[in-house]
Design a binder for this molecule. Structure first.
Ligand SMILES: Cc1ncc(COP(=O)(O)O)c(C=O)c1O
Length: 395
């Protein structure tokens, strides 16, 4: 019996709710041994039965049973037909770029992860692809920026680091009406809280480094799609370039996915508590969290998301110097460049994740030097608040 069949999608006869899919994915116990957790197929290649006849796998750059298991799990929780896993979120973004040709144009939301901006502005422009950045919180800005050469709309929601929210239904319609590939980087939301395919996204991208794996244990990425034409092209790109996750990283991500639904609920609960604490703090001038009524797009977030996730951005009244003192004083919150793990991490986007975004550009869109980003973990929220409270004494 073949444990896996390459390219085909094992469909369960059992209808599953999200939490069940999160735990079980598409997997059955290993048919050979009964192992409850899928084996790690740590192999580069596969022996053929005879010339031209294999068991569905020929070389791990093209496909691997552990990676396939991960891809099926990710497709299941995102509600998509196909998933293609990559060795990083940026490799996923780069593969989307390889769908474009010289002379093509992309309309992109103006607040994107610094690495995405670097890929677009410092690399892709060398290949003749052009980008226009708009504040997509007003959906009409996307439409206004479309040119005859436009081929793609790229949206992050919530964005990194300003937590801007785009109305996916409106932008999805604009993309569809103009025959554009609609890409949504849903890393901050996760499929627990947002499923962009429902709103017309053609490609949903995640850095699986973050919430999906959830424990700061791997670097990875994925693209999920319902469009078989784009899946075929992306699969070809994956095989041609080889930016694939190792079998071990794929396995570690599968283990992380099994608790995604539980972790996300706690990230959200904790973030709500920390955001209200920060909003009431005398030394804080601004808190951005989609779950707060003060967020300008709170109503859209409320309508399209099932929860507000675990990311908060805020500014202190003393600006950059006060922010630095806070970040240097916390003990439980860890000063680190990532997000979406069980540990709470504090980040200074201007010098860390977005260091290569020109200062004038940042300031023009309200991204101040002193902005602090908090990825709220799943510790006891009172411990997090008392850590911040102690640190505020040094500000
Ligand atoms: C929203 C978003 N997309 C993509 C990426 C890139 O992911 P990776 O670091 O896995 O390459 C990041 C990384 O922080 C991110 O925050």
């Amino acid at each position: 019996m073949k444990p896996f069949s390459s390219g085909s999608f094992w469909s369960s006869p059992i209808a599953m709710e999200f939490d069940t899919k999160s735990v079980r994915g598409k997997s059955q116990p290993d048919p050979t041994t009964g192992a409850i957790i899928p084996p790690i197929y740590q192999t580069a290649t596969y022996v053929l039965d005879e010339v031209g006849v294999d068991k569905g796998f020929d070389y791990t750059r093209s496909s691997n049973p552990t990676r396939q298991e991960l891809e099926e799990h990710l497709a299941a929780i995102e509600g998509g037909q196909h998933a293609i896993a990559f060795s990083s979120g940026m490799a996923s973004a780069d593969s989307c770029m390889k769908l474009l040709s010289q002379g093509d144009h992309v309309v992109c939301c103006d607040d994107v992860y610094g690495g995405t901006a670097r890929l677009f502005n410092n690399l892709m422009t060398n290949y003749g692809v052009e980008f226009t950045y708009v504040d997509s919180q007003a959906a009409e800005n996307v439409e206004i920026a479309i040119r005859p050469e436009t081929k793609m709309v790229w949206i992050e929601t919530p964005t990194n680091p300003l937590l801007k929210i785009t109305d996916l239904e409106k932008v999805g319609k604009i993309a569809r009406d103009n025959d554009l590939i609609f890409v949504v980087d849903s890393t901050f939301a996760t499929p627990v809280f947002l499923t962009p395919l429902e709103y017309g996204a053609d490609l949903v991208l995640h850095s699986t480094t973050k919430y999906l794996s959830g424990h700061n244990q791997i670097i990875g990425g994925v693209i999920v799609t319902n469009r078989t034409d784009l899946f075929d092209r992306l699969k070809y790109i994956q095989k041609s370039v080889g930016a694939v996750p190792s079998p071990f990283d794929s396995w570690l991500t599968i283990i992380g996915l099994k608790t995604l639904h539980l972790r996300m609920k706690r990230h959200w609960e904790n973030a709500e508590k920390v955001a209200s604490y920060l909003e009431g703090h005398e030394k804080v001038s601004k808190v951005v969290y989609p779950g707060l009524e003060s967020h300008p797009m709170h109503e859209v977030a409320k309508a399209q998301m099932k929860g507000y996730s675990g990311m908060i951005s805020f500014e202190l009244k003393g600006g950059l110097e006060a922010g630095k003192r806070l970040m240097n004083s916390v003990e439980l919150c860890l000063l680190a460049e990532s997000l979406g793990s069980v540990e709470t991490m504090i980040t200074h986007p201007a010098t860390m994740t977005h260091a290569e975004v020109p200062r004038e550009e940042r300031l023009a869109r309200g991204f101040e030097d002193g902005l602090v980003r908090l990825s709220v973990g799943i510790e006891d929220p009172e411990d997090l608040i008392s850590d911040l409270e102690k640190a505020f004494n040094n500000v």
